[in-house]
Design a binder for this molecule. Structure first.
Ligand code: AMP
Ligand code: MG
Length: 345
């Protein structure tokens, strides 16, 4: 069995860095763009030059210095513990070098060096950011160093997410959730060999994950994105209504914390149904880590027609339209409702 301790340590270090960056800089630096929400036409990964040296933007998709610091820490840990593994990660060295000014590159190296308690250079960061990319390997790590960057910038929720792929299938994952609602200091979730666990970020025993057994409208909790551009609130409301759960509580939450909540039995249904005019592909790092947890906890993760998500295509889930994630008990009725509603659009 894979020893995930080095990854848990890296997630704790990445979470510490995220907190430091957030407190030191993000709080004072949210640009007007960073809460913009209509970003379908914007190409991915074309971050704008950071004006204030803190949070930079890709026209609409934000990237912060903490995204780079977190990814460098995670990729470094994988390079040491699993040197032959491949990595598919959201950020990359090319954009870091091109668009982050020298002072901010240096700041990232210092933050990373601070949490690793060892001197780190900008060259180290550049090397770690791209480690394992473009490789064929038996095992591939899928990394979102800060999932929910918009939430991170706005001081809402975010996670640090890693998925494990083998043979094009999701076989494991680790999600650090510093903002998890039920645990002071947050939780680290992981899935391995078909079982799911949660341990306190601050240290302590892990407990097994199990999805909820709730199925009646009155007791269900549905989770959906905060960002209105990321999914259609209108279509999702119609699907809930059609599925006979129109009165269920709905909580809006950034990031794959939503998958974690389903896996932990803290929520029952996560809907992600794109807006009608959306042309943005679903990115693998937004789903593989979370799906691993839900599978391991006995839940279901499918496309809108009930078929499995296809994680074998690289960076995007090009074959998939949307996501229905549940405790399993209410899955079929929600898929049926989604099919009916989508046909009528
Ligand atoms: P969430 O907070 O669940 O909406 O997830 C955050 C993720 O949504 C980010 O990591 C982005 O990769 C992704 N995202 C950004 N813009 C869009 C969009 N227009 N449509 C769907 N997903 C998006
Ligand atoms: Mg993400």
């Amino acid at each position: 069995m894979l020893d995930l301790e080095p990854i848990f340590l890296a997630v704790r270090q990445a979470a510490a860095l995220c907190k430091q960056v957030q407190l030191a800089r993000i709080v004072h630096s949210v640009s007007p763009q960073s809460t913009a929400s209509s970003d379908d036409s914007v190409p991915l990964h074309t971050a704008a030059v950071p004006k204030d040296g803190v949070a930079s933007k890709s026209g609409a998709e934000p990237v912060t210095l903490a995204d780079y610091g977190s990814q460098a820490i995670l990729c470094r840990a994988i390079s040491r513990a699993f040197p032959d593994d491949a990595i598919i990660a959201e950020e990359g060295a090319a954009v870091f070098k091109e668009l982050i000014n020298e002072a901010d590159q240096q700041a990232v190296a210092e933050w990373v060096g601070g949490v690793l308690e060892t001197p780190v250079t900008v060259d180290d960061i550049v090397k770690w950011l791209d480690h394992g990319q473009g490789r064929e390997a038996a095992r591939t790590w899928v990394i979102d160093p800060i999932d929910g960057t918009k939430g991170f910038i706005a001081m809402r929720h975010y996670v640090i997410a890693l998925g494990i792929l083998e043979g094009g299938q999701v076989t494991g994952g680790v999600i650090g959730a510093p903002t998890y609602p039920t645990q002071e200091g947050g939780l680290i979730f992981h899935a391995q060999n078909g079982s799911g666990y949660a341990q306190p970020m601050a240290g302590g025993a892990a407990r097994r994950l199990r999805v909820s057994a709730r199925k009646t409208e009155a007791e269900l909790l549905v989770v959906e994105s905060v960002e209105k551009s990321h999914a259609s609130r209108e279509i999702m409301a119609r699907v809930r209504e059609r599925a006979g759960i129109g009165a269920a509580r709905v909580q809006h939450l950034d990031s794959q914390e939503k998958y974690s909540m389903i896996a932990a039995g803290d929520a029952d249904l996560y809907l992600r149904l794109p807006r009608m005019n959306s042309t943005r592909p679903h990115m693998i790092w937004d789903h593989a880590p979370g799906a691993a947890l839900v599978f391991a906890a006995g839940g279901k993760v499918t496309d809108v027609d009930g078929t499995p998500l296809d994680f074998s295509l690289g960076k995007t889930l090009a074959n998939n339209k949307g996501m229905i994630v549940s405790n399993g008990l209410i899955h079929d009725q929600v898929v049926k409702a989604a099919q009916e509603v989508l046909k009528e659009l």
